[in-house]
Design a protein. Structure first.
Length: 515
């Protein structure tokens, strides 16, 4: 029996589609506590199409906030990635969109400190309101912008809810509490920023509702079930590197898919490793641990699909009629990921290993408060790390650097060189952003990650109101905290601190190590 057929059989035997839409928490676990978590995480099934109440609330927010031509969204993980996709795929140029999900001082300064306080709106988005990064962003934003130019999106009763109300922020938008961050694309976390940058919310959400209806069908005619069986079936069979290929117009969707799939499936020593942003190449550079999902916009078949199939690589093609169907793709992937977790035997709505890095970061910051200096970055043996690569491994490049185009270009060259010479899949994550997505997979998934952590030593930078440390200290503590978590899990990881020559010098070291 082929891997996809086996996965489809599991979904049929478990009556998974009906039980998902009936919100049966026992579909994913027999444990009472797990079921409690699941039962409080299925509200995303109510988000499409947009209800009259949602549209009324969006219109109210649009009428309330002052005139602006720049929208800053400060958040982490799923609460922020969907709005970035909407802004990059669908909105025009009337309102500039900036995402702040990096605690690197250069990123904070470049987004917040240089913003025109008379033309900028800042949205602070956090389900709990207690996420340290978002709380620090909110504190910084409130010191730079007048309160009427600040918007909060959060759960009722959260720390952010109370703080924004007390400070008289321009708008406080409450999201249903039964929606988790990574499944929040079509909730108020996605809808408010989308509306404020000019995305046609009603039309996009209507397409999402149509897809949700299609996802209620039996598995043979269900677009999400078919995708779930493809990615999970092949993962169980050893092809766990789900490689997403997309045209330029849809490429931004990849980062959102990555966090959804990685954090939902990477636990209990299992997982699907989403590979996004790798440049497409000849079939020979890919190992036999790959399964390809190809997004096709319009009638054009992406280059290389036929060659991949001829070489024996499994390929699943998703046809996207036009960019307005972006909401439909959010639904397809959300349902598919929830169903893929049934095949894998994991709970897609928890994140049991995310707290470990947070706890280690808190411990480091506590030492800083007590006067202990942070240790200097290590300069580990890059060649020794890459020498440990085995068939089926993937290289996770974890960059605690400012997310600039120059850094992105250098990291792309690095990952491409590693893949082409080793045939290992590669991923790139900006720290601390990835801690809220793929970080769960690195620690809770299979022991097939080889992690290269890259850090610099920013000095000073913007202060954080009400904190005894600045952003430079925060990002260094986060890198150190996650390094300790990975080592506690026995993962193969090396930290490299950038010195003279910077990232370009490290790229050269990687190339020399692999030649």
């Amino acid at each position: 029996m082929m891997p996809v057929d086996q996965a489809l059989a599991v979904l049929r035997d478990r009556d998974a589609v009906r039980r998902l839409h009936d919100r049966d928490p026992s579909l994913w676990s027999d444990d009472a506590e797990d079921q409690r978590v699941v039962a409080n995480r299925l509200g995303w099934l109510d988000t499409a199409p947009a209800s009259d109440e949602v549209l009324r609330r969006l219109a109210e927010v649009q009428a309330t906030v002052p005139e602006h031509d720049h929208l800053v969204l400060a958040g982490m993980g799923g609460s922020s990635l969907a709005p970035e996709v909407f802004s990059r795929v669908l909105h025009g140029n009337a309102v500039r969109f900036s995402l702040l999900d990096s605690t690197h001082p250069d990123a904070v300064t470049g987004v917040l400190d240089t913003a025109d306080p008379t033309r900028t709106i800042a949205i602070v988005a956090s389900k709990s309101g207690s996420t340290e990064e978002t709380a620090c962003f909110g504190s910084r934003a409130s010191s730079l912008l007048p309160p009427e130019r600040l918007v909060a999106i959060t759960d009722e009763g959260s720390q952010l809810h109370h703080a924004a109300q007390t400070a008289g922020w321009g708008a406080v938008v409450l999201n249903p509490a039964d929606i988790g961050g990574r499944y929040s694309a079509l909730s108020m976390f996605g809808a408010v920023p989308a509306a404020l940058v000019g995305v046609p919310v009603e039309r996009v959400w209507q397409h999402a509702g149509t897809m949700l209806d299609s996802c209620r069908a039996d598995v043979d005619g269900n677009p999400a079930a078919q995708l779930a069986a493809f990615i999970a079936g092949h993962a169980v069979a050893g092809r766990d590197k789900m490689t997403l290929l997309a045209p330029t117009e849809l490429a931004p969707l990849g980062d959102w898919v990555e966090q959804l799939v990685a954090e939902s499936t990477g636990k209990l020593g299992k997982g699907i490793v989403p590979v996004v942003g790798e440049p497409a190449d000849e079939p020979e550079v890919y190992g036999d641990d790959r399964a390809f999902v190809v997004l096709r916009l319009g009638a054009d078949t992406p280059l290389g699909v036929d060659a991949l199939r001829a070489a024996g690589h499994p390929v699943f093609v998703i046809d996207v009629d036009d960019r307005d169907h972006l909401g439909a793709e959010f639904v397809r992937w959300e349902v598919a990921t929830a169903l893929a977790a049934v095949v894998l035997g994991v709970n897609p709505f928890d994140e049991p290993n995310v707290a470990e890095s947070k706890a280690n970061t808190v411990a480091v910051l506590s030492q800083v408060r007590e006067g202990t200096a942070l240790p200097e970055p290590e300069h580990g043996d890059v060649g020794g790390l890459l020498f440990q690569l085995r068939p089926g491994d993937y290289v996770s490049i974890q960059a605690y650097l400012a997310p600039t185009p120059e850094h992105a270009d250098a990291l792309l060259r690095m990952r491409t060189f590693i893949r082409n010479l080793s045939r290992s899949a590669t991923t790139v994550g900006w720290g601390p952003r990835f801690l809220h997505s793929t970080g769960q997979l690195h620690k809770g998934g299979s022991d097939n990650v080889v992690a290269l952590q890259i850090v610099d030593t920013p000095i000073g930078g913007p202060a954080i109101p009400d904190r005894p440390y600045d952003f430079a200290t925060l990002i260094r503590a986060q890198a150190l905290g996650d390094l300790r978590s990975l080592r506690d899990k026995g993962r193969r990881v090396t930290q490299v601190g950038l010195h003279e020559g910077g990232l370009e010098q490290l790229v050269s070291e990687v190339e020399a190590a692999l030649r």
